[in-house]
Design a protein around this ligand. Structure first.
Ligand code: R5P
Length: 293
């Protein structure tokens, strides 16, 4: 099996190394207007390819690179393309919310993106901690959404964070928080978050009692604007929390997210689904486990 990437520059070679597979990068350049040009200087007759490619930053270009590369693999004789898209963009808009809002018709972006991934020739699609699995469940190809919870537990243990209280900032994070708290045999807390669908503003309900835990670890699928983490922090600090860590799978860190969070004295820890300075947990073991015979 050949492991190929354009954008997952640390994760893909790490996976290739652990699988003892050849690692390849296509010739890549941008046309003067920014459109991607991709070229493979060989054929892949009857070979299997594992294409590892994240889709942030610059999600539209990253997705087009996937469509172009996978289409080319098939033209070059590849028998099977497994695509690992550790962060799959557009999955938050997985339905038309317009009825609730009383306005027009919304694009169901997640459905269109998954359709395009199917159509370009991917045989198996793997992603990690996707925001919503609804659309993936309807896919015509094999799809697997990988759960990184045990990697988070391992990291918390390695960092020797004593008696951590594992916190879910919203409903979406609850299953992961339960997994992590159970595996560490420690306490957990579910916060109540509300989002105004029109303004996008969020509010976390204050806690009714004070917290005993000194160390709090907030777990989320992604940090985008950072508002969820900052609001969660406000509520738990008010209840007495001291050391707060924010752990997420996907650190998008949009605009001033980093500044807003660091100002609260919170350490940010994420996986390498998006490679940046917060990528302290590698997803490589999760991916390698799938393909190691
Ligand atoms: C929401 O349901 C998600 O699980 C995240 O909590 C959210 O997307 C984080 O976004 P932000 O950092 O903009 O609050």
């Amino acid at each position: 099996m050949k492991v190929v990437t354009i954008t997952s520059k640390l994760l893909a070679p790490a996976v290739a190394k652990d699988l003892s597979s050849e690692f390849l990068k296509p010739f890549y350049k941008e046309f003067p207007d920014g459109e991607p040009y991709i070229r493979f200087d060989r054929r892949f007759d009857d070979e299997e390819v594992l294409f590892i490619q994240t889709t942030y930053p610059d999600q539209d270009k990253r997705l087009h690179e996937i469509y172009f590369a996978v289409h080319t693999f098939k033209r070059c004789g590849v028998k099977k393309v497994g695509a690992v898209i550790p962060y799959l963009a557009y999955m938050r808009q997985d339905r038309d919310f317009s009825e609730e809002l009383g306005i027009g018709y919304e694009a169901i972006s997640a459905r269109v993106v998954v359709k395009n991934l199917e159509n370009c020739g991917i045989d198996e699609l793997y992603t990690v901690d996707v925001h919503s699995t609804e659309i993936l469940k309807q896919s015509s190809i094999f799809v697997d959404n990988l759960d990184p919870s045990h990697l988070f537990s391992k990291y918390i243990t390695k960092r020797k964070i004593k008696k951590p209280l594992i916190v879910a900032p919203d409903k979406n994070a609850r299953p992961k928080v339960l997994n992590i708290a159970n595996s560490l045999d420690t306490d957990y807390l579910f916060l109540e978050k509300e989002r105004d669908r029109v303004t996008g503003k969020i509010k976390t309900k204050d806690l009714l009692s004070s917290l005993k835990a000194e160390n709090v670890v907030i777990i989320d699928d992604m940090i985008s604007t950072g508002d969820t983490i900052v609001e969660s922090c406000r509520a738990i600090r008010k209840a007495g929390a001291k050391n707060i860590f924010a752990m997420c799978t996907h650190a998008l860190m949009v605009k001033d997210a980093e500044e807003k969070i660091i100002r609260q004295g919170i350490e940010i820890i994420s996986t390498d689904s998006i490679e940046n300075k917060f990528s302290k947990i590698s997803l490589a073991p999760l991916i390698v486990k799938l393909f190691k015979d």
